[in-house]
Write a protein that binds this ligand. Structure first.
Ligand code: FUB
Length: 448
């Protein structure tokens, strides 16, 4: 019994330790994550991403995706995320080829008291070239597991990137990709197909399509998918009046990555009256785009139901608590000149970034800081200054109410410095303005 209590407390401690405060984009920084499927279960958002790991000798195919397991993350405010730990591992699924490192993009859905986790992988009985994916299911009583994998994959499915949709009449559908996008009805048990797979029409025919995500809004069925129209993937959508189509191309949701991350993969949720797009980019691994990181930005519909293009941000979503560390390198906007962002430590990129103020009048805007209703009178800032430097903090504008004027003393290394400040109450955009000329770098700041 003591052993069990010890084990339970240890796993609770591990979950707490694994929680990450880093909540802007990318919003998970304790590991690489990709292909985020977000779901709202109760009053929390759960994200089921793929888990990229760095390539290593003997692990998977060199210079390719290396994925051995899945974690689930949750949040009640889209800002503070908890890593609930590993939920499915390749070597614990009876039908998956051991050590195949091909646990690609998953999905999870709730039905009749159970959570069904769908994932693609290489089956053990595949031929020697290791190619070919199929899709299996693991079932749990809670969104965080434990998930019990089925002994065999879903029959009659060949492909990757499962996505499940349950229509208003209760009929469930499974979608997946294999060059084209396929769809079929699922049986009530959610474990078997109830119809023959069909290729969804009339999606673009030229260029790879994958990662389907279907949702319904105001009677319109939106089939959304990454597609290589030009050189790399962008997110597109098509609309129809039936879950299995036909669909009509309706537009681009997110343009190709300007820095060249070849894949993108996404999902949509509506949470507390706001729509969000979850997607990925290779922020923490700029030189290797098979080690990706998940992001979230707000999404808006036009009155006619069309989707407004999402421009990726560093700031992401949600209110930042003024008492917690605010990573101003994940800014909302900066001056045209004088601001650069670098990794704190290129040998350990998961430590995050710093913002450099390189010249007088350079500024950073960080939106939506929640100062609450208390009088916060102190500012703590982690900075590195080669010479004395003067920064000004203001609310809601470069000439808005002054929060503090701080002199950062020349230091030989990173320092945490405290200053008196006069923070406003409520939610405000924070401006940090450089008032001197010698460069200074800031890791984070917070109020107390
Ligand atoms: O993560 C591996 C693959 O890359 C996914 O299955 C695709 O959608 C692409 O994101």
């Amino acid at each position: 019994m003591f052993k069990n209590i010890f084990r339970r407390s240890l796993s609770a401690i591990l979950v707490l330790l694994a929680s990450t405060l880093f909540a802007q984009n990318p919003f998970i920084t304790n590991q690489f994550t990709a292909d985020p499927t977000a779901r709202v279960f109760g009053d929390r958002v759960y994200v089921y991403p793929s888990h990229d790991i760095p390539p290593a000798p003997g692990k998977g195919r060199p210079n390719w995706f290396v994925m051995e397991d899945y974690h689930v993350f949750s949040s009640g405010n889209l800002v503070d995320w908890t890593d609930h730990g590993m939920i499915v591992h390749q070597n614990k699924v009876p039908w998956v080829k051991p050590e195949s490192y091909s646990m690609w993009a998953p999905d999870c859905i709730y039905r009749n008291g159970k959570y069904y986790f769908y994932f693609p992988s290489t089956p053990a009985d595949t031929n020697a070239n290791g190619k070919g994916f199929t899709i299996g299911v693991a079932v749990a009583d809670k969104p965080t597991g434990p998930f019990v994998p089925q002994a065999t994959p879903i029959k009659n499915v060949k492909g990757i990137d499962p996505n499940v949709f349950i229509d208003k009449d209760g009929q469930a559908y499974l979608y997946w990709s294999q060059g084209n996008i396929y769809g079929a009805k699922l049986k009530e048990n959610m474990l078997e197909l109830a119809s023959e797979p069909i290729v969804l029409q009339d999606l673009p025919t030229k260029g790879l399509k994958e990662g389907p995500f279907l949702f319904e809004r105001n009677g319109i069925y939106y089939m959304t998918y990454p597609h290589v129209e030009n050189r790399i993937e962008r997110l597109e959508y098509a609309v129809g009046n039936n879950p299995l189509g036909p669909f009509k191309f309706a537009g681009v949701i997110m343009d190709e990555s300007p820095t060249g991350c070849w894949t993108n993969h996404h999902s949509f949720i509506q949470f507390k009256n706001q729509w969000y797009l979850f997607y990925h980019h290779n922020d923490l691994s700029p030189k290797f785009d098979k080690n990706r990181s998940i992001r979230v930005d707000s999404l808006f519909f036009n009155e006619d139901g069309t989707i407004r293009k999402v421009i990726p941000t560093l700031r992401g979503v949600g209110l930042s608590n003024a008492r917690k560390v605010i990573q101003i390198d994940r800014y909302s906007e900066v001056s045209e000149q004088g601001i650069t962002v670098d990794f704190l430590d290129t040998a350990s990129r998961m430590k995050g970034w710093k913002v450099n103020f390189n010249q007088k009048d350079a500024w950073v805007r960080y939106n939506s800081v929640d100062f609450n209703n208390t009088n916060l009178k102190k500012l703590i800032i982690r900075n590195l200054a080669a010479e004395d430097a003067l920064l000004e903090l203001r609310a809601d504008g470069k000439n808005g109410p002054l929060i503090g004027q701080i002199v950062l003393k020349k230091s030989g290394g990173w320092r945490e410095n405290g200053f008196s400040a006069k923070a406003p109450k409520g939610v405000h955009d924070l401006y940090i303005i450089m008032k001197s000329s010698a460069p200074v770098s800031v890791d984070w700041l917070r109020f107390q």
